[in-house]
Design a binder for this molecule. Structure first.
Ligand SMILES: NC(=O)c1ccc[n+]([C@@H]2O[C@H](COP(=O)([O-])OP(=O)(O)OC[C@H]3O[C@@H](n4cnc5c(N)ncnc54)[C@H](O)[C@@H]3O)[C@@H](O)[C@H]2O)c1
Length: 252
């Protein structure tokens, strides 16, 4: 069991789905948690759940596409909790669906801004704080779409492959400074994002489940436990890795 007692963890996209589960899992492992999201009410709800479970959390409003806001987010967390040890850069969107030749530029820009530039801006603010505190660990949320292609979501696929590359770039630079940087690549996970994608149609969910050798979707807590493990000393020599948490979907 990962032990993060005394550590401070920051999670983006913490209002919902995987990020909310991750914030709760960090708290369950003993960390004080900053639940960060552009949906402040949702982040506050996650922080409240942590408080009710006996943990300590704060909520921070942030749009990860804005450099000033990501820097202010890290500054606020360090001011409130005194340090930063773990970061889960997880906020993301899917964007609309169309073949690459017909994909709207505006949609491309929007998806890349959140999923790739957003992770970069978070890293840029977090890495100096992690180094200043003597080291730490980052996990970026990529996707199985960061390892293989999925049709009709080219911006999402490109952004998530970019997250895998950015994870490697930061890992080779910061390993010597005591900061490990890894990514998780979830398969289809039961969250509002997937519910929005399926539109409540159970056949879409069945098709997603059928794409996994385990014949089911992941639960957000299964991704969250992997994130916490990657941030813990249990994973002390794992660096630059993009770990598929997909029931084996990408190996088929
Ligand atoms: N659910 C899946 O099947 C699945 C699979 C692979 C990867 N992922 C990735 O996991 C991450 C979390 O997805 P989820 O399924 O929990 O989705 P979700 O929609 O439930 O949660 C995403 C959260 O990100 C926040 N967010 C979006 N844009 C933001 C911005 N600009 N600034 C700050 N916060 C912002 C939203 O408010 C929301 O709370 C995403 O990066 C997603 O791409 C999800």
């Amino acid at each position: 069991m990962a032990d993060l007692t005394g550590k401070v963890a920051l999670v983006t996209g913490a209002a919902s789905g995987i990020g909310a589960a991750s914030a709760l899992a960090f708290a369950a492992a003993g960390a004080r948690v900053a639940a960060c999201d552009r949906d402040l009410a949702g982040a506050e709800a996650t922080a409240k759940l942590i408080g009710e479970a006996g943990g300590e959390a704060m909520a921070v409003a942030v749009d990860v596409t804005d450099a000033d806001q990501t820097q202010a987010m890290v500054d606020r967390v360090v001011a409130a909790f005194g340090r930063l040890d773990c970061a889960h850069n997880n906020a993301g969107i899917t964007g609309s669906s169309a073949p690459t030749g017909e994909y709207p530029l505006s949609e491309w820009d929007k998806v890349l801004a959140v999923n790739l530039t957003g992770v970069f801006l978070c890293l840029r603010a977090e890495l100096p704080a992690l180094v200043a505190g003597g080291g730490g660990a980052v996990v970026n949320t990529a996707s199985f779409s960061g390892l293989v292609a999925v049709p009709r979501i080219p911006a999402y696929v490109a952004s998530k492959h970019g997250v895998v590359g950015l994870t490697k770039a930061a890992a080779v630079e910061y390993g010597r400074k005591g900061v490990r940087v890894n990514a998780v690549c979830p398969g289809s996970t039961r969250t509002p994002m997937v519910e929005g994608f399926s539109g409540g149609d159970s056949r879409v969910e069945e098709a997603m489940a059928a794409a996994s050798p385990m014949r089911r979707l992941a639960e957000p807590e299964e991704i969250a436990r992997t994130v916490v493990w990657l941030c813990s000393d249990e994973a002390s020599f794992v660096n630059g890795h993009s770990l598929a948490v997909d029931g084996g979907a990408v190996i088929q």
